[in-house]
Design a protein around this ligand. Structure first.
Ligand code: PMP
Length: 370
């Protein structure tokens, strides 16, 4: 078939015209430090356990999976209770195919046509893209030059725009910046006074943070949601499992939009196996935090500016032309991320050897600049 038509020749929705899909380049280079993945493959014991659990699930694939993912939500609640300094029950937890789907379900439920969402940018670009996909208007809220959130300015933006959904990403992607509980509380109050609206704290990277999870804040705040993922700390980006913790009414509300049987039996079985190995997987988190801190130190020693990081990645710069710098690092076999923040690039903490290769590439770049 010839490609005589493009997207814009089709009768697509007006707001999608001329837009490009989300996508970090998936290039086949030796060192890939561009998508904040965990660099460690799953341990063999866990791979064996996944095979066992999936084999058991396979026998009954003639049936639809547990629509409410009861066993999985029970185990996720147990994980959050153990690590989040706050008791969480299965009724507080909902799971979907990656936290992207969790966010989509939240926007389908609380956003949508005629409604708006705000995020404090630069931040995770999918918040705005999922808003667009769900017909939710997007408002770009402010951040300081050092990438922290100016609470007063953010409160003013919420009061002015009266959004239906407020995104607070902590630690923030791509900057690595964590948000203080006081800021989240102030924005929650501002959002309730203005509308009231739903406040989503995206904690995709929280296991790597120097700060505690903001999970305890859901207590007594029915419009506050914490979203999490197994893609980062659990090293299971390929699994596609994200989840949220909130008041049970929020969990009931997303049932209105979730597709029936959205979480396959294979996904549920795999996630349950991974949760059995939580301690091993979180052991890698400690190694990655140490590598992240080493990268920060080495980048600063090499003369780069580095944004304080609470995540498994680091924003570094500054470059007159970050895209050219990105290309030069790629030419040395290391793929980092150009998130479109002028002057800055982002690198994910990899294995010690990968990080050494990255440091060598950027030191060479620095030499070239002088
Ligand atoms: N939130 C943030 C802040 C992220 O950076 C990412 C992944 N890059 C996600 C959510 C989505 O992750 P996933 O869908 O893999 O759970």
């Amino acid at each position: 078939m010839t490609r005589d038509l493009g997207i814009d020749d089709l009768p697509i929705r007006d707001e999608l015209r001329g837009k490009s899909p989300y996508g970090a380049p998936q290039l086949d280079v030796p060192v890939q430090l561009n998508t904040n993945e965990n660099p460690y493959e799953l341990p063999p014991e866990l791979v064996a356990r996944i095979a066992e659990r999936v084999a058991a699930a396979a026998r009954t694939l003639n049936r639809y999976p547990d629509r409410d993912a009861v066993e999985l939500r029970t185990e996720l609640a147990a994980y959050l209770t153990r690590t989040g300094r706050h008791p969480v029950a299965r009724e507080n937890v909902w799971a979907a195919n990656g936290s992207n789907e969790v966010i989509q379900q939240l926007l389908q439920t609380f956003g949508g046509p005629g409604r708006t969402a705000i995020g404090f940018e630069p931040s995770y670009s999918m918040h705005a893209l999922i808003a667009r996909g769900t017909g939710t208007g997007w408002i770009s809220g402010p951040r300081r030059a050092d990438f922290t959130i100016d609470t007063a300015a953010a409160e003013r933006a919420v009061a002015e725009h009266r959004p239906d959904v407020v995104f607070i990403t902590s630690p923030n992607n791509p900057t690595g910046t964590a948000v203080a509980a006081e800021t989240v509380l102030a924005l929650y109050e501002a959002a309730q006074a203005a509308k009231p609206s739903l406040v989503v704290v995206d904690e995709a990277y929280v296991e790597f943070s120097h700060r505690d999870s903001l999970l305890p804040l859901i207590e007594g705040r029915p419009n506050l949601v914490v979203s999490r993922t197994m893609s980062k700390a659990f090293g299971a980006a390929g699994l596609r499992l994200g989840y949220l913790a909130a008041h049970p009414a929020v969990v009931d509300a997303v049932q209105l939009v979730r597709l029936p049987y959205h979480l396959s039996a294979v996904t549920q079985a795999t996630a349950l196996a991974a949760l059995e190995h939580t301690d091993t997987l979180l052991g890698y988190v400690e190694q990655l935090k140490a590598e992240r801190d080493r990268l920060v130190t080495e980048l600063r020693a090499a003369g780069f500016d580095v944004t304080e990081s609470d995540a498994n990645f680091i924003q570094f710069g500054t470059f007159d032309d970050s895209h050219t710098a990105w290309q030069k690092i790629l030419d040395r076999g290391v793929l980092v991320r150009d998130n479109g923040v002028p002057g800055w690039l982002r690198v994910t903490a990899g294995t010690p050897a990968e990080n050494d290769a990255f440091l060598e590439a950027v030191r060479a770049l620095k030499k070239e600049q002088h």
